[in-house]
Design a protein around this ligand. Sequence first.
Ligand SMILES: O=C(O)CCC(=O)C(=O)O
Ligand SMILES: [Fe+2]
Length: 338
Amino acid sequence: MNSLTKPKIINEYFQENGYVLVEDVLDPKTVLDPIISEYEKVLDNLCKELYEKKEIKSLYSDLEFDERIIKVYNETGKDYAYYFDFHLPFKNVKPDTPFWCGPAVFNALINKNLLDIVEELIGGEITSNPVQHVRIKPPENRLPKDEDGFPLIGATIWHQDHGVVTEDADETDMITVWFSLTDTPVEAGPLKVVPGSHKGDLLTHCLDYEGNGKEFKKARQIPKKLFQHEEGIPLPMKRGSAIFMHKRTVHSSLPNVSNRMRWSFDLRYNPTGQNTGRSMFPGFVARSRNYPESELKDPVLWNNMWLECREKMSHINQDDSDDVKFSRWADGHPDCEV
Ligand SMILES: O=C(O)CCC(=O)C(=O)O
Ligand SMILES: [Fe+2]
């Protein structure tokens, strides 16, 4: 859907289809390029750390971001995605577990154009929900494989974002915002959505479900027999565009079979006061028409919230302990029988 500039049209399209793609939301020069520069420094830090630990043979400082990260992943055979993410793992967080909540990332979270569209969809009291990720996906043929033969970082299995939050958020009007720092043509592995699927229920998400055929991968996913998967459509897009998606829209992403990096952010927002469904992690008021003084404007405070969260997490959910639950799913549902 191109050039949906009129707010009313955006909202109508979203209500009908469960997603809407809007062009020219984020300015590449002032919003996206600074994020890329920030991540170049994060990668530089990672290389220094790995070099000191003798896990890589060189700092590879002469390489551009894409080639440098591919080198690191291949030489270590490991995926350092968590190092770049503005999020934390659910288990085994240590006092020094790395994450990245930098100012350029924060600026994207509170971007005016982006929040204007979010406001159109959920109103003017907007909380930035802490379910949020950066996904840096090199071309699959340049990555090492995991024990099952899948590329270390690959396509995303079928799911609904409602399925990744706890039951306390069942009444929350959470929406997902997905955008890419680079152009994402079909071959680079864009998001794939099933239009209209948000009108159905929350579907069962099964752990390591083998009935999805060649799309099987070890991760919690919706069996394809439960929805009209053949109606799924890929949403290739240019950098600067953004997708706004309903929490029940069934989606996945395609593999990156291009020769370029596929590098996206996925953010969530919900009306302030509603449960985020990930209560251990910090949300913040991104916009408030009624109480503008409650808006968080300072990226340092945001980073501090995650530092505090990391400290708390380092005392819980260690090894086999399950003090705070992050998943709503129990195993053994009949839908999950192959
Ligand atoms: O980008 C991806 O691979 C998956 C993103 C996703 O599932 C989301 O944005 O909710
Ligand atoms: Fe998702």
